[in-house]
Design a binder for this molecule. Sequence first.
Ligand SMILES: [Zn+2]
Length: 292
Amino acid sequence: MPDDGYSIKDRASYFIKTRAWNIISECGIINPPIMAAQVASKLGINVSETYLDGASGLLEPTEKGLQIKLNAEEIQVRKNFSCAHELMHTYFLDGKGRSFIETVMKIDGFNAARNLEERLCNTGAAELLMPRDMFKQAANKLRFSVASSVASIEPLAKMFSCSVDATSIRVAELSPAPCTRIRWKIANGTPEEPTAFRIEHSTEFKLESPPKAYPEALRLRSTKGILRSKFYKPKMDASEAVFRAYSGEGVVRSDERLRTNTVSIPCYVESKGFSRVPWRNVISLAFPKGLL
Ligand SMILES: [Zn+2]
């Protein structure tokens, strides 16, 4: 990894991804699903399930070594991600079992360090359970158009034993065309009859080789071929497509405009409803036109 042009966060993210790749090769894993609990025990970390008040997982140093505790009440795909997440925390421990990153990042305060470590553990967990190359290969086989498709989320989630939510983020991240993943939340009305939706979460764009047509206004910074846009919180109105996706079963395709503070970009959007009422939600993948 080159020394210049990368922020400490980029480097930390590269560090944790490398750890995930190493684990996969050390454990000789070549096919999904990757079960984090099996990986942990191969690495000598004991995993148990128990009742955890509100928490999904815990990493505890004991006399016998490290121990991961998972919330027995959560569904399998959540447990798998939590276990992978806790496994990643082991890379941030100092000799005494305290978080190393909290010590080095003290300048930003405890919360900033904790949030960075949490984000890195999620990055590492996603990389461990849905390794880049393995996931791209599987997604390639399921691809329905030039870009990724919202229809590939469920089959990939099953194949990799991950949640629809985590898988949809990975689909957007590894999409061959720039893509943002939007999760919609009911803003008004009831789960039976929603009258308004708002964006609950969206991902940022990451382009490996930025095309020339990419609007200048979107550039946050460009570092060695990695370009990020200002799409931290893209704004888009919940169109009729979101309502149709919520009430129907199939993929709803639409043309929408995605807005930032400075620009408005025409997008091709695919939306789909997941889960049943009252947990039902809609996930959209938005692809800026001209970049497909
Ligand atoms: Zn954590």
